[in-house]
Write a protein that binds this ligand. Structure first.
Ligand code: M6R
Length: 614
């Protein structure tokens, strides 16, 4: 979850380049940050609690050097204080380490270190500090006080890594060796690149605009990064060469470009995401690029957070269009369960492609012999490379911690998978494909119209007022609008810190109704036909108990206003696509409520963009 960035061989502007890299990876963790510059005279460390701006204020006078490592933290061990911020050093300041992941044998290691050296003192509560102590100890064992040569460094690094259990991406600098950074990867992403310097990062988006090609090192890889090359070994200690991949995203894609926040920018990018996700894949009479070669008896979807809600949408599509039963699990529940089904297809969904639980779930499925397909945004991610086949959503970099445009892409990915399964099951005929294709062609323009409409602006203005001084809110949906209710509640809670729950309308009387009091905001995501009437009934039930109802309905729905305090309408589209349109209103509602409460929507407290630890 933490962000790592490092540079070796950057003779001018090292500090400012490290800070620029860190700012691009800050979305992976922002409770503290730090950098360490390695110079011949020693290691120079600066760290600060809180967001990156706090670190920026104290690195202004820092001298450049030849090599440095930097880190933004999402706390796993110890609170977000300066002492717990990375990089961490050994007591003699011989090595400095940045780390993403968890060293699982921390307790035993700490004990061994204390027993081995009577004067061992730890300055932080982190597991990472132990890595620094161990590495310094191993360097000392190799060469005493002398500066280690390559062979000694590699031997010390290898022996250190052998002592760690768990997941980690690590980068370390060693006093006197400004020409190299030690690197290692174990179940946590780390990317290397070469250009005017040697680069390392936990995330490709950090490298956009700095390099063209990147090297995705594999789990178990470790070695040295230099200005103009790398020396890598696999877990057996055998030398390995990893292929480079060309980055697909542009620098502008990962910048604000005039928008006040990434979240608002990304919400507004959704019409474009819709177009590019379907481009070349869906046409009047054909479906391309969804690689499923057999008709499974069962589809098991695994995902977390917003991607899980997209999975619930995909289940609706799959069961309706193909008749194949589908189970959706949180990846963290699935990975320790016992998946069954003789001919199951396991479908992973992940924006980042780095979510530890989703990755572990897919690997568990593969071990049991199930074919895996993943819907991902980051094409070069670990999940993408691990899966048997992938469907990329082509959403471009998503920087806002609250996932928005990725959801639209993931739902469309689910629809494409369902259509492919529907074709394999002979249930989706060409005529139906043509109808969906026609609706899909018109959809992005309709969404653009919605995003620009004064009706939306006015509706949101009235709706957001209903959240003033409220601590709880509810979202109701039914059938295919139920996942949108869950997603709407997640968006609101994660960025505004208002407690919000999504419920299927039919569940209301089974408990949640007890929570409705005078003024409680309830967002009702409309549907159609009989379901719509049932939702109106739910709206009446909560209103009768004092709730203030915000209804998201389709244009022309004359009845909606009779059941709500505020109605926000969206353009009518194909039944299967309608929930995507409704969701945009939920995203904007959460956004504005959070802004009204002065929340940092791009950096919600306690969260980070990709959850790379369990
Ligand atoms: O990168 P992934 O799609 O695998 O991430 C899954 C969740 O961590 C993510 O959707 C999270 O719930 C977002 N903060 C929701 O806005």
């Amino acid at each position: 979850m933490c962000g790592i960035f490092g540079l070796v061989g950057q003779e001018k502007g090292l500090v400012s380049k490290l800070m620029a890299g860190l700012s691009k990876v800050e979305y992976r963790g922002y409770d503290s940050a730090g950098i360490c510059i390695s110079r011949p005279e020693g290691l120079d460390l600066k760290r600060a609690e809180g967001i990156l701006d706090n670190l920026k204020q104290i690195v202004g006078d820092m001298e450049d050097g030849y090599c440095g490592i930097a880190h933004t933290r999402w706390a796993t061990h110890g609170p977000p204080t300066e002492e717990n911020a990375h990089p961490h050093c050994d007591p003699q300041f011989r090595v400095a380490v940045v780390h993403n992941g968890i060293i699982e044998n921390e307790v035993q290691l700490r004990q061994i270190l204390i027993e081995a050296t009577s004067n061992t003192c730890f300055k932080s509560e982190t597991d990472t500090e132990l890595v620094a102590h161990v590495l310094a100890q191993e360097v000392d064992a190799e060469c005493g006080d002398a500066i280690p040569d390559d062979e000694q460094l590699l031997a010390a690094w290898r022996r250190s890594l052998d002592r760690f259990d768990g997941s980690f991406s690590l980068a370390a600098v060693v006093k006197g060796r400004e020409d190299v950074i030690l690197v290692a990867r174990s179940f946590s992403p780390l990317i290397l690149a070469l250009n005017d310097a040697g680069y390392l990062a936990s995330d490709v988006s950090c490298l956009i605009g700095m390099v063209k090609d990147v090297f995705f090192i594999e789990d178990g890889d470790w070695g040295l990064l230099r200005k103009d090359g790398m020396e890598l070994f696999d877990s057996e200690g055998e030398p390995v060469v990893r292929e480079s991949t060309t980055l697909q995203w542009n620098e502008e894609d990962a910048e604000l470009g005039g928008w006040p926040t990434f979240m608002l920018k990304e919400i507004n990018e959704q019409p474009g995401v819709f177009r590019s996700c379907l481009q070349g894949r869906l046409s009047r009479d054909a479906l391309r690029g969804v690689k499923i070669s057999f008709k499974p008896d069962l589809v098991r979807i695994i995902a977390c957070g917003t991607a899980f809600h997209a999975g619930l949408m995909a289940r609706h599509y799959i069961e309706e269009l193909s008749g194949i039963p589908c189970i959706v699990d949180h990846a963290h529940e699935f990975r320790y369960g016992t998946p069954s089904g003789p001919k199951a297809l396991v479908l992973g969904i992940s924006q980042s492609g780095e979510t530890a639980d989703t990755l572990a779930g897919l690997m568990a499925a593969q071990e049991r012999g199930y074919p895996t397909l993943s819907i991902v945004n980051v094409e070069s991610s670990t999940i993408a490379r691990q899966s048997d086949s992938i469907l990329t959503i082509r959403a471009g970099p998503e920087i806002g911690v609250a996932s928005t445009k990725a959801f639209t892409g993931q739902v469309l990915g689910g629809l494409l998978v369902a259509l492919r399964l529907g074709r394999l099951s002979n249930k989706v005929r060409s005529e139906e494909l043509a109808v969906i294709n026609n609706a899909a062609r018109r959809f992005p323009n309709a969404m653009e119209r919605l995003l620009a409409s004064s009706q939306l602006e006015k509706g949101l203005k009235r709706a957001r007022r209903l959240f003033h001084n409220q601590d709880h809110a509810f979202f109701l949906g039914r059938n295919s609008s139920y996942p949108i209710a869950l997603e709407g509640a997640l968006k609101l809670k994660e960025i505004s810190y208002i407690h919000a729950e999504g419920y299927a309308g039919g569940e209301l009387k089974h408990g949640p109704l007890a929570l409705i009091v005078d003024g409680t905001p309830v967002v009702v995501i409309s549907s159609d036909g009989i379901i719509q009437q049932k939702l109106f009934g739910n709206a009446r039930e909560v209103a009768a108990r004092g709730a203030r109802v915000i209804m998201i309905a389709v244009e022309g729905d004359e009845e909606a206003s009779a059941h709500a305090d505020v109605v926000i309408t969206v353009p009518k589209t194909h039944r299967l696509l309608q929930p995507i349109m409704h969701n945009v209103v939920c995203q904007l509602l959460a956004y504005h409520v959070a802004i009204d409460r002065d929340c940092d929507v791009d950096r919600p407290r306690n969260l980070a963009k990709s959850v790379t630890v369990e």
